[in-house]
Design a protein around this ligand. Structure first.
Ligand code: 2HA
Ligand code: ZN
Length: 285
């Protein structure tokens, strides 16, 4: 089967197009990776080449030895993923030591995989372990309203989670485990990957301060849906903060406990603290 006819590639490209449409992928912003199944690999095997050079990942992911990934390219634009797919993303294989990769399809103009490859692969390694192999998608986007909130809210998991949950009733159902927050760090290397993948042990979303979000999920739809839900909640909160100095009313800890029971989700008590004040000026202190 041709790579561009495979179902997983169609899903990969559709996510890129929709993310671009949302306005989260200015220029070459954002990146996407998918851990392929054995069936995916078999379906496109005839188009894969083992001639390419083995290159350093820049970190060590032994839990991903011999796995195949579909990954967007460094410096590539999401808007171009379905215009010039062969130039915009690649299929790569991780070697048996988990330290090197080989491009086996795509990036035909000599490009490299995303600059965030270490973070993507370290997140995949954690998520493969903690979900028993269910999670396959890692998605990074520059979501406008979440970025804005990292300038005003304290950079704490408890505060971001609680404020996002309060902003839209479905949020605690969509991300009952909460969201993690990484302080500002230099992107593109191993260090930020270590911090992000540490949060991925517990959460399916990690916010990068003044930069964007990383989400993990089983499918392209559920991973995109998580990103979309978080960003929409952030937008609501930014709107509320723009028109008022406080929430006149909101969803309270006991409301969340009732919701959790009704929807069969577990909401960690660390997010259901009592607030001293309803003023944004106190929250953002
Ligand atoms: O340019 O988003 O974080 C791609 C990025 C780097
Ligand atoms: Zn980025």
């Amino acid at each position: 089967m041709k790579v561009l006819e495979a179902g997983f590639v169609k899903g990969f490209m559709a996510l890129c197009a929709e993310g671009y449409r949302q306005g989260w992928h200015e220029r070459n912003g954002g990146n996407l990776s998918y851990r392929m199944t054995a069936e995916d690999v078999a379906a496109v095997r005839e188009n894969l080449s083992e001639e390419g050079e083995w290159k350093e990942i820049g970190t060590s992911v032994p839990g991903l030895a011999d796995e195949y990934f579909t990954v967007t390219g460094s410096g590539k634009y999401f808007i171009n993923v379905d215009r010039v797919p062969e130039e915009s993303f690649c299929i790569l294989k991780v070697d048996s030591t988990g330290t090197k990769y080989q491009i086996q399809w795509g990036l035909t103009d000599g490009g490299r995989p995303t600059s965030e490859l270490p973070t993507h692969l370290m997140n995949h390694e954690v998520k493969k372990r903690v979900t028993g192999g269910l999670h396959r998608v890692i998605y990074h986007a520059h979501c406008n309203n979440i970025i804005a909130l990292t300038f005003v809210l304290p950079l704490k998991d408890e505060i971001f989670t609680r404020e996002l949950w309060e902003s839209m009733t479905e949020c605690p159902v969509v991300f009952p485990e909460g969201v993690g927050v990484v302080p500002w760090m230099v992107p593109g290397g191993r260090e930020i990957g270590v911090e992000t993948s540490r949060l991925m042990e517990e959460y399916n979303a990690a916010i990068w301060s003044h930069h964007g979000i990383f989400c993990s999920g089983e499918t392209f739809d559920s991973t995109f849906g998580l990103m979309h839900t978080i960003e929409k909640a952030a937008q609501v909160l930014v709107m509320v903060m723009s028109v008022s100095d406080r929430k006149r009313q909101t969803i309270k800890p006991d409301d969340f406990r009732r919701l959790a029971k009704e929807f069969g989700v577990t909401l960690p008590e660390k997010f259901l603290y009592e607030k001293e004040s309803d003023l944004f000026s106190d929250l953002c202190r």
